[in-house]
Design a protein around this ligand. Structure first.
Ligand code: BG6
Length: 479
């Protein structure tokens, strides 16, 4: 049902995500008049607060995490905030929560960012207290399970209270402007689509490199690891956007139908197609940093790095490897997609001694937001010793090309879409399940072959075996 919510109920309202992302995003939307003046935000969590003390709490978070130029809008924004304490593991509190939410005129948007153990009791509580009615929709923040089975369990529990068209599964990478720009690049230009296939593309690389380590999230990360924390969701969504067939429309069904076809076409990984790693002490820049085992205080087999060679078994991508790589404590923060085209079929310059390099398309997602295409060009000169060529970049920096529009964080977009009911940038159940199916098989392979992460020095690009994984096929990672 199409409605714009006039109430937003935020579970996990005192959590890290709320402080860093949700409150700043909502404040920005409010300041720019993008949400209705009467949108009322009710926060809930176990911590005891009343409206006043929650507003103070939110003010502190905004002081820390909101850009300076936005701060003037804080006092007005705070007036929208209300708070109701709730122990979501117990059904008793939900009636009071529903009373606090009060009459919903246009609709209720619920944002669930809580510990996985609270998912089911929360859904049950919402249902019993009448908060899951026809005019409610729910946004679910990860982690939604740890494998296909647990994810199905959660999805079933949610489905018992909300139909799929009112469930908004969040993958915050889809809220990033540069990720959405992938669709514009592929389907808003005639240039790329004719060569976007196995006949012209040699291989694809997707890198999500982080410099951060555990960041105090040991409890969560130990049970996840890089494969489930980053590949299962963000990286497979990037892969699906790169590889999908052209959808017929920019709408939730058309786009998600095409993505899920890609996810279902992922070939199960072979035994030698993955490398895992765990960082040891080293340095990022010139800053010394401890190893994962030291941060954790014990030994562990959790991978903080993973590199994979994936294949998509369909006509378009037959024989084209997709190399995926992600890790913590790598030398720089960089999310990037690199499309390496094939070599030209015949070089007219070979007799002149000039070498040509295959074209590369580089899509910078963060922190650099750019689209770069490497092309061969003639080195200026009289060519007395023969024609010489060199690769030069055609580089479009997005912030320079669009100097006017304000840069928005992913959650601004996603919260607004949740409030207004646009599912295009949210993940459908069949996508999540296809993602888990592929990931579970990788983990089963690791368990079967007793694969343990290799160590790598913090500040390096992961274990040497990751380099070998690419080099075996004659590729090198784009760095
Ligand atoms: C989260 C992961 O989903 O994404 C984190 O749980 C990771 O481990 C984060 O650091 C990366 O997000 P971004 O937007 O900083 O690239």
């Amino acid at each position: 049902m199409q409605f714009t919510a006039d109430k937003l109920l935020l579970f996990g309202a005192t959590g890290d995500l709320a402080q860093r992302m949700l409150l700043p995003s909502l404040c920005a939307l409010s300041a720019d008049g993008l949400v209705a003046p009467d949108l009322c935000i009710i926060g809930t969590a176990r911590t005891e607060h009343d409206d006043i003390s929650y507003r103070n709490f939110a003010a502190e978070a905004l002081e820390k995490f909101l850009p300076e130029e936005r701060k003037a809008s804080v006092p007005d924004f705070l007036k929208r905030l209300h708070y109701q304490p709730l122990d979501a593991s117990k059904p008793e509190g939900f009636a009071a929560l529903a009373e606090r939410v009060g009459k919903v005129v246009d609709g209720l948007a619920i944002f669930l960012s809580t510990a996985p153990s609270l998912f089911e009791p929360t859904i049950a509580g919402l249902q019993q207290s009448g908060l899951a009615g026809e005019k409610s929709r729910i946004g679910l923040e990860k982690p939604l399970g740890t494998d296909l089975e647990t994810s199905r369990h959660i999805n079933d529990a949610v489905a018992a209270a909300f139909p799929e068209d009112r469930i908004f599964r969040i993958d915050h990478y889809l809220g990033k402007e540069t990720v959405q720009n992938l669709l514009a690049l592929r389907f808003g230009n005639i240039l790329f689509e004719p060569v976007w296939n196995a006949a012209h593309i040699d291989h694809v690389q997707i890198t999500v490199a982080e410099t951060v380590g555990l960041e105090g999230r040991a409890g969560f990360y130990e049970g996840a690891g890089a494969l489930r924390d980053m590949v299962q969701n963000h990286m497979l969504q990037l892969l699906a956007l790169v590889a999908m067939e052209p959808p017929s429309n920019y709408d939730p069904t058309s786009i998600r139908d095409e993505k899920v076809k890609v996810l279902r076409s992922l070939r199960p990984l072979g035994p030698g197609d993955s490398v895992t790693g765990q960082y040891r002490e080293g340095a990022i820049g010139s800053q010394p940093v401890p190893g994962y085992d030291e941060e954790l205080g014990r030994d562990s087999d959790t991978e903080t790095f993973v590199a994979l060679k994936a294949h998509i078994d369909n006509w378009r991508w037959n024989g084209v490897p997709f190399l995926l790589r992600t890790g913590k404590r790598l030398p720089e923060r960089k999310t990037e997609i690199m499309i390496q085209f094939k070599a030209i079929p015949h070089s007219i310059f070979a007799g002149q001694g000039a070498k040509t390099e295959p074209n590369k398309l580089i899509i910078g997602i963060q922190p650099r937001e750019n689209v770069g295409l490497s092309v061969m060009a003639k080195i200026p000169g009289l060519d007395r010793g023969g024609v010489r060529l060199r690769e030069v970049p055609l580089d479009i920096s997005m912030p320079d090309a669009f100097a006017g529009p304000q840069k928005r964080i992913a959650y601004e977009r996603l919260l607004l879409d949740l409030i207004e009911g646009n599912q295009t940038l949210f993940v459908r159940r069949d996508e999540v399940e296809a993602q888990w199916e592929w990931i579970d098989a990788i983990r089963a392979g690791w368990a079967e072959n007793a694969i343990k992460p290799r160590t790598y020095t913090a500040g390096s690009w992961g274990p040497a075996a990751a380099i070998a994984l690419a080099e075996r096929d004659g590729f090198s990672w784009h760095e």
